[in-house]
Design a protein around this ligand. Structure first.
Ligand code: 8DG
Length: 145
């Protein structure tokens, strides 16, 4: 097993900003980070002792100048990269203040159909499931039938 696989997972808070029409915000990872140039939902590592949703709010202020007002805990995924073992906490966020700005020099884009590539490997399997939430919210919430 690789060192990353053996390591304790690093918690990452990830926010899916979702407009009323279902469009979601993706950002491109800046130079100097692992997987630079790959697209991701904005977020970052949770600091020691920090609440996960507060970490998400902090990252959105730092990276995009956006104040996230609320978020729905959506899913949690673990993934082992060669650089790290991560545990990703995804939140769907429909309420925020401010327009995203590129505060760290990164590109970002609102997406209906996903036209940017490549996406981070751990995020790709979630997109099909996310489409059910984006385009049929009432059905997605009613999984009892
Ligand atoms: N933000 C985000 N990170 C993701 C996604 N999918 C995925 O595998 N990751 C991984 C990539 C990284 O290994 C990790 C996020 O860590 P990061 O290095 O970007 O976090 P950070 O901004 O706090 O970085 P730093 O302060 O250490 O530079 O989570 C995603 O959709 N969004």
């Amino acid at each position: 097993m690789s060192d990353a696989a053996m390591a304790k997972p690093v918690d990452v808070a990830v926010g899916i900003l979702m407009r009323a029409n279902g469009d979601v915000l993706l950002g491109q990872r800046p130079e100097g980070k692992p997987y630079a140039g790959y697209w991701e939902f904005p977020g970052g590592k949770v600091e020691q002792g920090e609440d996960i949703f507060h970490a998400l709010q902090r990252e959105f202020v730092e990276e995009l100048g956006v104040r996230v007002l609320s978020g729905e805990a959506w899913c949690c995924v673990e993934h082992v990269y060669e650089h790290a073992h991560v545990r990703l906490y995804f939140y769907i966020c429909r309420e925020w203040e401010g327009e995203p700005q590129s505060l760290e020099g990164q590109a970002f884009a609102w997406q209906g159909a996903y036209s940017v590539a490549p996406l981070l490997p751990a995020t790709i399997p979630l997109l099909e499931w996310l489409d059910r939430v984006r385009f049929a919210p009432s059905q997605a919430a009613n999984f009892a039938g």
